[in-house]
Ligand binder design. Structure first.
Ligand code: FE2
Length: 280
């Protein structure tokens, strides 16, 4: 499936593109089942890491930093009560699974590596794409936290900027259950910050390049049905509000970079040399 010219132009103009019915509900369900198995097998007493975009620095620890070439589960910020006990069952407390399911898990691998996706990647400008990371995002009911407005190139930097996100709704996403919001055309802004792995390699830092505020009044919600794919330019500002509803809002996302772009060694996400980046 190739994109038509009007879709390519829309992506170039707006910095995002919504493709309805891109994957079947059956494919969505396969990922949901596999994700639930991974969470079931996850022994959280070993390694509790909470994920939050607002305060990544505070919570970034080695469990997170070493997950670039592994499959690991991360808790929601509000998952635990003051006594350190989970407020909801484990399966309703995980923020996300990351970051190498596309390479290490056969179900995620076959979802991520299709001819259709390779064609779409080329259509939106990739010459030789590499799948850098994958994330399964739960956006849990009641406790699923806000993801503050950001550009993906802050976290996945290349020189020149080349990252693009392929985001898949595995369930219907609405304003009620914390859908994604974007600033149409916002990919023309400069990169506002960069997220570094520190020199010791045991933590992270944010470098502010442009301290101006996001024009959040220009945000529009992307309310989409399960099976929809959204392509996001790496400089497009996007966010999602907390999910205070009773509904889950599962999504799968993968980020691609250009093979020829320089990938700095200070990016938080690093992979062991025995698991090199691959394309489709
Ligand atoms: Fe993002």
């Amino acid at each position: 499936m190739s994109l038509v010219q009007s879709q390519i132009e829309s992506f170039e103009q707006n910095g995002y593109l919504v493709l309805d019915n891109f994957v079947s509900h059956e494919e969505c369900n396969k990922l949901r089942v596999r994700a639930s198995e991974i969470v079931n097998d996850f022994d959280y007493n070993q390694s509790v890491t909470i994920f939050t975009t607002n305060e990544q620095t505070r919570h970034s620890d080695l469990f997170f930093l070493e997950s670039g070439d592994k499959i690991r589960c991360f808790f929601e910020e509000e998952a635990f009560d003051e006594n350190g006990k989970l407020k909801q069952p484990k399966e309703l407390s995980i923020n996300k699974i990351g970051h190498a399911m596309h390479d290490l898990d056969p179900i995620f691998d076959s979802f991520s590596r299709t001819e259709e996706l390779e064609t779409v990647a080329k259509d939106v400008g990739f010459e030789d794409p590499r799948i850098l990371q994958s994330m399964y995002i739960f956006k849990q009911p009641k406790i699923g936290g806000e993801v503050s407005c950001h550009q993906d190139a802050t976290f996945l930097y290349t020189e020149p900027v080349s990252v693009k996100g392929f985001w898949f709704a595995l369930e219907d996403a609405s304003k009620e259950n914390g859908c994604m919001w974007v600033i149409p055309g916002g990919h023309r802004y400069n990169l506002k910050s960069r997220f570094y792995r520190n020199k010791k390699g045991n933590g992270t830092e944010i470098e502010i390049l442009d301290g101006s505020k996001w024009e959040t009044s220009k945000m529009v919600p992307l309310e989409v049905n399960a099976g929809t794919m959204v392509i996001l330019h790496g400089l497009l500002p996007h966010m999602s509000y907390a999910n205070r509803s009773n509904l889950t809002r599962h999504a799968f996302t993968m980020h691609l970079i250009e093979a020829s772009a320089d990938y700095p060694e200070w990016n938080w996400l690093q992979r062991n040399s025995d698991l090199p980046l691959r394309g489709f």
